[in-house]
Design a protein around this ligand. Structure first.
Ligand SMILES: Cc1cc2nc3c(=O)[nH]c(=O)nc-3n(C[C@H](O)[C@H](O)[C@H](O)COP(=O)(O)O)c2cc1C
Length: 203
């Protein structure tokens, strides 16, 4: 049994991995991490998360084209210069092509208790927790993973390109593979900076 120190270390050593070995990831490993992701908590236990798993290189390329063309349009609208747009598009397309496994995380818009903005937020929060759990499960398997926000900027295009059901709303994308880098630890804000504590009044 891992000790609590082992588990804290495990949680603190997950990193966003952005370079992968070309080695394929066995289907059984992907199935296992997806299964673990489903143990995330969810509002009303509605389990609104849905996953599209992409191992196919032509699907990855097509998705990359869709996402980078939106990226290009957004950067042009923001007035970015041609060379930085080209660089970003080329790097992004390379990253998606080189990722051994790409997972799109969606929330099912109909998995809500009521049609209110708060319920929609709860659905998104619940879905994000499954994303976190997926990254941790990948870490447990010795896989590297990276959360990618690009589909948020092209939700409908992502959905139609992958022919996902109409109720699936893309929230995030993940790249998974065996790590080809050991990323630096990104500095964390101190506990003092981010926590407000109310001590018992008799202390
Ligand atoms: C909602 C969200 C969106 C993110 N989007 C991207 C992204 O588009 N590209 C990327 O390389 N990393 C992305 N990341 C990863 C963060 O950059 C990373 O988690 C952060 O820098 C801390 O590093 P660490 O994960 O190694 O601790 C995202 C993370 C989250 C939670």
């Amino acid at each position: 049994m891992p000790t609590k120190e082992d588990l804290q270390t495990f949680l603190r050593t997950r990193r966003s991995v952005r370079r992968f070995k070309p080695d394929p990831v066995p289907d059984s490993v992907i199935e296992s991490i997806l299964h673990t992701a489903t143990f995330a908590p969810s509002a009303h236990n509605l389990q609104p998360w849905r996953f599209a798993v992409i191992n196919n290189s032509s699907v990855k390329t097509r998705l990359g084209e869709v996402l980078t063309s939106k990226m290009q349009a957004d950067m042009q609208a923001e007035g970015a210069d041609k060379s930085s747009i080209e660089k970003r598009v080329t790097t992004s397309q390379r990253r998606i092509n080189e990722a051994p496994v790409v997972v799109i995380l969606c929330r099912d818009k109909t998995d809500v208790r009521a049609d209110t903005p708060e319920e929609a937020v709860m659905g998104i929060q619940s879905t994000a927790l499954a994303g976190m759990q997926l990254l941790l499960a990948a870490h447990a398997e010795g896989l590297g993973g990276n959360w990618i926000c690009w589909p948020l900027y092209a939700q409908e295009a992502t959905r139609t390109t992958l022919e996902l059901p109409e109720t699936w709303e893309p929230q995030a994308m993940y790249f998974f593979g065996y790590p080809a880098e050991i990323p630096q630890v990104k500095e964390r804000k101190s506990i003092k900076e981010i926590v407000k504590t109310f001590k018992p009044s008799n202390v």
